[in-house]
Write a protein that binds this ligand. Structure first.
Ligand code: ADP
Ligand code: MG
Length: 361
């Protein structure tokens, strides 16, 4: 059976909500269209500050995001009649190593269901965590679905943080958050420009700077990089606190070198984690997520992984910005069929579960 499903993804970059309209079949998915709807600036600032909010503001933000997600779902499905919506929600806290382990994604699914008239599957991570998993990464199950039948590949997503799945030959070998992604570079840009710019478009500033090797050595000594999977990261792990320490006085003049260093940190951490965990020679590294638009980062990855080719997921029919949203459409569709929709090997969960809470239409 095939189901037209909307997937909504709002990652740790807090750039907005990416919506994908996806035909989900038993053996393949087809992205019919997708778009990223940027958060209004005030909402973006609230999302970035969410871990510091008090209950009344957090509760309000949950409903405000629900409205935002509902609008995105309606816009992407205009003129069609999807059967369901899968919504990841906006992570405001992820504490897999706390006692008890806990995680919080918001963007009220009841609001999405009410505004769209469609069943919504949301809040996927808690069930995995309740079953002893890290609640992350969830996309590896989708990576296995997309690429598992091919040769051994590293399937990488560079969003707010960077993660990788090692899959092929019918198996998912391992999957993990590798380290920093765009969130760290975005934060450096926002600080140095006092909020006038949000990102280093194309990686042009990073390309004009020089990485600081001694700082890189210190940053790469972070214990996270040596830990074995399963492991997952919160944006705060490689975020503002790291920048406070590494660049206490970041300004426009220092920005290119800082970005060159942070891009290099991102590339080397990813390269190291992939090589460390690959069960054999890789046929290809496939990149998705907004980081694929950072040409400097992509060149650095290509240089590090050579002679293994580095491509982007669009070359495999999956637009780079649509992959995670499509993954949550796929997960929602599986949940509606009571089919397991995560990879316990990736999260550390005790066994296969059906993740997600279903809000009826
Ligand atoms: N043209 C571009 N050049 C450089 N970086 C980009 C570009 N477009 C997007 N990005 C980066 O990608 C990020 C968004 O990526 P995304 O995959 O949506 O991450 P998340 O899943 O965390 O929301 C932006 O915050 C930005 O850092
Ligand atoms: Mg995003």
């Amino acid at each position: 059976m095939s189901r037209l499903t909307v997937g909504l993804m709002s990652g740790t970059s807090a750039d907005g909500v990416t919506a994908a309209l996806v035909q989900v079949g038993a053996r393949e998915v087809r992205v019919r269209r997708f778009a990223t709807y940027a958060y209004p600036p005030a909402l973006k600032r609230l999302v970035l500050a969410a871990p510091e909010l008090r209950a009344p503001e957090l509760s309000r933000l949950n409903f405000a995001l629900g409205e935002e997600f509902a609008r995105a779902a309606r816009r992407i499905s205009r003129g069609t009649r999807p059967a369901a919506i899968g919504s990841h929600g906006q992570t405001v806290w992820h504490g897999p190593d706390a006692s008890p382990p806990n995680t919080l994604q918001i963007g009220e699914p009841a609001v999405i269901a009410e505004r769209t008239g469609l069943p919504v599957v949301a809040d996927f991570r808690p069930r995995d965590m309740a079953a002893g998993g890290q609640g992350a990464p969830l996309i590896p199950a989708f990576d296995l679905f997309l690429f598992g039948r091919g040769p051994l590949r590293a399937v990488v997503n560079i969003g707010g943080i960077a993660n990788a799945s090692l899959t092929g030959r019918g198996r998912l070998f391992s999957a993990f958050d590798a380290g920093p992604g765009n969130a760290l570079m975005d934060e450096a840009v926002r600080r140095a420009t006092r909020g006038r710019a949000e990102l280093d478009r194309g990686g042009r500033l990073a390309a004009s700077g020089r990485p600081d090797e001694s700082l890189l050595r210190r940053l790469l000594a972070h214990p996270y990089f040596k830990a074995a999977p399963p492991k997952s990261l919160d944006r705060s792990a490689f975020g503002p606190a790291l920048l406070d320490r590494a660049y206490p006085r970041l300004d426009a003049r220092r920005l290119p070198d800082a970005l060159a260093t942070l891009a290099e940190l991102t590339a080397r951490a990813l390269w190291f984690a992939v090589l460390e965990n690959a069960p054999g020679p890789l046929a290809e590294v496939v990149v998705s997520g907004g980081g694929a638009f950072n040409a400097h980062l992509m060149r650095r990855l290509a240089a590090l992984f050579a002679p293994v080719p580095v491509s982007d997921s669009a070359a495999h029919g999956m637009p780079v910005m649509a992959k995670e949203a499509a993954g949550f459409a796929w997960m929602a569709s599986r949940a509606l069929d009571s089919q397991p929709n995560h990879a316990p090997a990736a999260t550390g969960a005790r066994g296969a579960r059906v993740l997600g809470k279903i809000v009826p239409a």
